[in-house]
Design a protein around this ligand. Structure first.
Ligand code: SF4
Ligand code: SF4
Length: 381
């Protein structure tokens, strides 16, 4: 295991004291010419970022999520190629694109090939998800995480994430791309074990299943084999309908809910970032083709809102906060939600969809020392 280094988030010039600078390239096209479109703005954004300092002389890992099966709303290979060209031009010794070991095999079908990207696509933890380094965590049930060996062995990291919804934590983007995407499959399971929020007392339960009937989200599910209630937290919005329906007080809200999961994500992301020297990481998030669920589902649904653009920063909390702020308001486009899905109360679109406050993630990132939610947005024209 590599010795963890302290995480230093470099603040770019231009932001006020205590603020991080976040670059923003809008998807809006003001003139009908190529240089006014998103790929051209992306190139100008990369020119504004400290690519030489981050990538110069380094073996650079570009972490993306290639999705699966029929998913087509991940980051288009064109943008990855443009980034790889800039990384090479910045003097990188070596560059590779990486994702979970079990995701990269079939990514060719969706255009993620070495020929298109300009760099090889490798499994983050080797061919069989068995190349990793153990890092102690010691938070609740999350004793440790296994950091993918190819990520930890790299000298620099470009965290290239796609912003979308997620049932377990409202959304997924930069933090989740590291916390869930740069660890082994086994570690992802350990992280999911942090989910919770409802306490079920099997001894009080009379098996009437009124809780299952009361749940409109298919989160309260009956395990026929074990003859007991089980909660699928991905779908749960903590509405308490099951609690109120229970005639025996066998279900209680325990408080916290999804927050330990988000805290676990922040801790895992910190562990990934600790394997890099200060100033050797960048976070770039695509706010395009934003769908209700994660890219790992193996299919894509229509975009919830019109494309917003791309944000980039050296500060992971700032890039996440800017992503949330830029997507907070408005209603989902017709046909973009699963059939029958009703919105609940919340201050962000994804809270109204998934019932979990996405801003908790910013709070958790700040709590573990990963940057600041205070940022200055600088638009790239
Ligand atoms: S709290 Fe609401 S969404 Fe969650 S399991 Fe109970 S009824 Fe279903
Ligand atoms: S409503 Fe209460 S008693 Fe009835 S099955 Fe659910 S938990 Fe058990």
């Amino acid at each position: 295991m590599a010795t963890p280094k302290s995480v230093t988030v470099k603040k770019n010039a231009g932001a006020a004291k205590g603020q991080a600078e976040v670059l923003f390239a809008s998807a809006a096209v003001e003139r009908l010419e190529a240089k006014a479109t998103l790929p051209a703005k992306f190139l100008r954004m990369l020119d504004r970022l400290p690519m030489k300092r981050v990538c110069g002389g380094a073996t650079v890992a570009v972490k993306i999520h290639v999705g699966g099966h029929f998913g087509f709303t991940t980051i288009p290979p064109l943008f990855v190629r443009l980034l790889i060209e800039k990384i090479k031009a910045a003097g990188a010794k070596n560059v590779f694109v990486t994702d979970g070991s079990y995701s990269v095999g079939e990514a060719t079908a969706r255009g993620y090939t070495a020929e298109v990207l300009g760099a090889p696509l490798v499994g983050a933890a080797g061919v069989k998800d068995k190349f990793f380094y153990r890092h102690k965590i010691g938070y609740k049930t999350l004793k440790e995480v296994e950091i993918a060996g190819n990520v930890e062995d790299a000298d620099a990291l470009v965290n290239l994430s796609h912003f979308k919804g997620h049932g377990d934590c409202a959304y997924g983007a930069a933090c989740k791309n590291l916390a869930m995407g740069c660890v082994t499959q086994k570690s992802r399971g350990w992280l999911h074990q942090l989910e919770g929020g409802l306490l079920y007392n099997e001894k009080l339960c009379v098996r009437c299943k009124k809780c299952v009937e009361a749940c409109t989200r298919q989160a309260a599910q009956w395990n026929a084999e074990r003859n007991r209630l089980e909660i699928f937290y991905h779908n749960c919005v903590y509405c308490r309908h099951c609690v109120l329906a229970c005639p025996k007080d066998a279900i209680k809200i325990s408080g916290g809910g999804f927050i330990p999961f988000q805290h676990g994500l922040a801790l895992a992301a910190r562990e990934v970032l600790r394997t890099f020297e200060p100033g050797r990481t960048l976070h770039i998030t695509f706010l395009t083709q934003i769908t209700v669920y994660c890219d790992c589902w193996g299919f894509s649904t229509p975009a919830l809102i019109p494309d917003v653009g791309i944000v980039a920063s050296e500060d992971i909390a700032a890039v996440e906060k800017a992503s949330l702020d830029l997507t907070r308001d408005g209603d989902p486009l017709p046909g973009s939600l699963p059939p029958g899905r009703k919105l609940v109360e919340g201050k962000h679109l994804f809270e109204r969809i998934h019932g979990k406050d996405p801003y908790v993630q910013i709070d958790r990132l700040e709590a573990v020392g990963l940057g600041t939610g205070r940022y200055k947005l600088v638009e790239i024209k």
